[in-house]
Design a protein around this ligand. Structure first.
Ligand code: F6R
Length: 612
């Protein structure tokens, strides 16, 4: 949530900052602002998107070789110009941009008001800039030290950048709980919430750790110390991301590009992990923890949103293949409900961004109770990847569209590999079954490609139902989480109300909703509870509901019943989610486009949810 970018070096800062904001806009897009340091702090900010900021500054002086910019996802204070970042200190000499939440802002604010500070905004951020000024002036300390002391008084999460009129060659950066990456170029530094705006300039980066403060000065080495005043040596890492991975590459939207990338991202997730000749799975990241998984009395999967849906598929996979009982928990519930946890529990935290605040808190809780915590993350070096004992990266590549697509399928592939391997080592599946599933897994990228060929048909169906008010999604077994995921995709990008249900639960309530206006998407693939799902379809038809069925190629039975059918290739029942989710992603995409919704940046959402 909220995107941060800053630059110091020989280039003009403005183009770097604006381009960076565009790349980070998926993190928040309700207001944006910029600060350039010349004689004074030149601050421009406005409500709306980065393009609105560009229009706003079109006739302003944007020269300068040091600056910072912010794109906001509102937490405290409505999205408007005053609440947009940067925020400025009372003496007009310091400016700050911030991602995170200062939890004790109310008490700090009233103390500062008593000391004569006047607040312009409703944000928690403004407190911090006044606090730093107050420490600087009261205690006659230099800027770095004042920032350090201020941060020791703050409870909550922050990634901040500070610029000072008195120090036109210096940027101060700090983080706790919100991500921050520093790019190191030749005589220049870049700072950003993630690596996407940095990659085109340098692939040498330092990921700031929690409670670290970095000082970036012109023609000087990067300096890092902790808020406890301990000097740290910067650990420079090489980024392995390519620029093309973060561009649209001819697609109208990132979401569509990412849907179409799935044959590749699924393949990348398996690459180097399956040795077909030897018939083994190798997950290097958790190798040392295999024994823990083998001995686990229970697995608890914790995640949010789409990643939670992947976790549900994981529950079915682990229980079927390893016979270890699994519980799937929303991180936000888990962290606050004092769950029973044992040292022989293995907790698996799933997160695309690796920054979701609730999942991070769930990990901390599980660790504090002695459980082993493994991560499944997409973003390399992210907070969750670092907070867990060990983990597996999904290698789906950067996911920019706010609605998660390719990250989901990669999470499911990762869970499949993990559960297969543990089942194999435990002997809860036979060697031949293990081989059979691995061989089938290898065909999934090609089957996704075949499914993507249904795009035109799906678009046609989207055109018919784009104006309805409600949708129901039904599935059973492995397809139940896919029904939930299909419904989430539709509501988040098209703003149509949608609900996912286990098909058999329909008669316990939702059936009352069905009439001739109600489209019901049913995942009716063969195997498992196919016949039962056919009965559920008949129940919907009897009440005049419209059926959009996801069926296997050549299925004539459901074709006779359904109003529309989308055919997908047959596969192992446990691998169906990897294919069945594709038409649902495309359906929601086309409906959203036809409703003129901003597919990549749906209202009120942000890509990484770093607040609870
Ligand atoms: C939905 C979506 C969200 C995320 C959720 C968790 O399309 O993207 O529901 O899945 O916010 O995010 P991560 O996986 O980054 O922890």
């Amino acid at each position: 949530m909220c995107g941060i970018i800053a630059y110091i070096g020989p280039r003009q800062a403005y183009p770097v900052l604006i381009k960076g904001l565009h790349r980070l806009e998926y993190r928040g897009y309700d207001s944006a602002g910029i600060c350039l340091v010349n004689q004074h702090l030149d601050i421009y900010k406005c409500k709306g998107k980065v393009s609105d900021l560009e229009k706003f500054v079109a006739d302003k002086d944007t020269s300068g070789t040091i600056g910072m910019a912010h794109t906001r996802w509102a937490t405290h204070g409505e999205p408007n110009q005053i609440n947009a970042h940067p925020h400025i200190s009372q003496n007009q000499k310091l400016a700050i941009i911030h991602n995170g939440i200062i939890e004790n802002y109310a008490s700090l604010r009233s103390e500062l008001i008593n000391r004569g500070y006047k607040f312009k905004s409703d944000t928690d951020t403004e407190v911090l800039v006044h606090l730093i000024e107050d420490i600087q002036t009261q205690e006659k300390l230099d800027l770095e030290e004042s920032v350090r002391i201020a941060l020791n008084q703050v409870i909550g999460a922050y990634a901040i950048v500070i610029l000072s009129e008195d120090h036109p060659d210096k940027i101060i950066v700090a983080r706790k709980g919100s991500p921050m990456v520093i790019g190191i170029g030749k005589d220049e530094f870049f700072v950003a919430s993630d690596a996407t705006p940095i990659i085109e300039y340098t692939n040498n980066v330092v990921y700031l750790n929690d409670e670290e403060i970095a000082v970036l000065e012109r023609n000087k080495e990067l300096k890092i110390k902790t808020i406890k005043n301990k000097i740290e040596t910067p650990y420079i890492q090489k980024l392995e991301m390519s620029l093309s991975a973060i561009e649209k590459g001819g697609f109208d939207h990132f979401m569509l590009k990412e849907i179409y990338e799935q044959p590749r991202s699924v393949r990348d997730c398996m690459r180097g992990r399956i040795n077909m000749e030897k018939g083994i799975v190798h997950l290097g990241g958790i190798r040392e923890y295999e024994q823990k998984l083998l001995n686990a009395k229970r697995i608890i999967i914790t995640a949010c949103g789409t990643s939670w849906h992947a976790g549900l598929v994981g529950e079915y996979l682990f229980e079927e293949l390893t016979r270890i009982p699994v519980e799937v928990e929303y991180s936000s519930e888990f962290r606050y409900r004092n769950p029973v946890l044992y040292e022989d529990d293995v907790v698996i935290a799933i997160s695309q961004s690796g920054e979701t605040a609730d999942t991070l808190a769930a990990i901390d809780l599980a660790k504090s109770k002695g459980a082993t915590v493994l991560g499944i993350c997409n973003v390399v070096g992210s907070s969750i990847a670092r907070a867990t004992h060990a983990g597996v990266y999904t290698h789906a590549g950067p996911e920019i569209g706010v609605a998660s697509t390719k990250a989901f399928t990669a999470q499911v592939v990762t869970l499949t590999l993990m559960s297969l391997q543990i089942g194999h080592l435990k002997g809860t599946i036979t060697r031949s079954r293990y081989h059979q599933i691995l061989t089938e897994l290898d065909t999934i990228p090609e089957k996704i490609e075949r499914t993507l060929r249904m795009n035109e048909k799906i678009k046609e169906i989207a055109g018919i139902y784009k104006d309805v008010k409600n949708f129901l999604y039904l599935g059973r077994g492995y397809n139940f989480p896919i029904a939930l995921e299909g419904a989430l995709k539709l509501k988040e990008i098209s703003y149509i109300h949608a609900e996912g249900y286990p098909a058999a639960e329909m008669k316990h309530g939702p059936i009352a909703l069905i009439d001739e206006q109600m489209p019901v998407v049913v995942i009716a693939t063969k195997k498992g509870t196919y016949e039962k799902v056919i009965s559920n379809i008949q129940e919907v038809k009897a009440r005049k509901g419209k059926i959009i069925a996801i069926i296997n190629e050549g299925d004539v039975t459901v074709k006779q019943l359904a109003d529309h059918c989308i055919e997908i290739p047959e596969t192992e029942e446990m691998l169906v989610p990897l294919i069945a989710t594709i038409p649902l992603q495309l359906l929601s995409y086309h409906i959203a486009v036809m409703r003129h919704c901003n597919v990549d940046q749906p209202r009120n959402l942000a890509k990484s949810v770093t607040v609870e």
